[in-house]
Design a protein around this ligand. Structure first.
Ligand code: FMN
Length: 175
């Protein structure tokens, strides 16, 4: 079964990391379904039944996003609120549709990995910041996987980053 990649980036056109990941993933349509939330829902009104059906057709789900203000972009939070509802994701016998599905995150961060360490600028590890996703996965019975992160891609105009190709192509292998 294919892996569903839920992409939440408010400005994909000007993205380097997430756009590169999508391009990489789209080379393997037999393995991945790439679903761009901001592109599909410019008015932020989800077709919830469609989103749930999409998940039900995949046993592995990756949430892919850039870290914004130590969190996910807001449309992904709304997607969780709207799609992971009572009776589908939890709370009734017919619910728990996430149960047993693998769930992983693929995130890009502007700052260096060292900054996300007890000695670094932010003191907390990215793992700590992403904990709400882990707890949510546990709550709905999903099988939470270690996240994949690419650090150090702060947006500095004029600066041309050399992509670490092995790191970028590692995304398809996270689950
Ligand atoms: C509004 C905003 C908030 C951001 N907040 C964070 C942050 O909290 N932590 C961090 O590491 N990077 C932060 N960044 C940097 C982005 O995560 C980084 O530019 C992005 O992951 C690069 O991926 P992209 O090339 O796909 O856009 C922020 C960027 C923006 C525009």
């Amino acid at each position: 079964m294919k892996t569903l990649i839920i992409v939440a980036h408010p400005d994909l056109e000007n993205s380097r990391v997430n756009k590169a990941w999508i391009n990489e993933l789209k080379k393997h349509p037999d393995l991945y379904t790439v679903h761009d939330l901001y592109g599909t829902y410019p008015n932020w009104q989800f077709d919830v039944a469609r989103e749930q059906a999409l998940i039900e057709a995949h046993d592995k789900v990756v949430l892919q996003f850039p870290v914004f203000w130590f969190n996910c972009p807001p449309l992904l939070k709304k997607w969780l609120d709207d799609v992971f509802v009572y009776g589908w994701a939890y709370g009734s016998k017919s619910g728990y549709k996430m149960r047993g599905r693998k769930l992983a995150l693929a995130v890009s961060a502007g700052v260096r990995e060292y900054d996300y360490s007890p000695q670094g600028r932010y003191q907390y590890r990215l793992e700590d910041i992403l904990r709400p996703f882990e707890i949510t996965a546990n709550y709905v019975g999903a099988d939470y996987q270690p996240f994949f992160a690419l650090y150090g891609f702060e947006d500095e105009p004029g600066q041309d980053y050399q992509f670490n190709q092995p790191a970028l192509s590692a995304v398809p292998r996270i689950i």
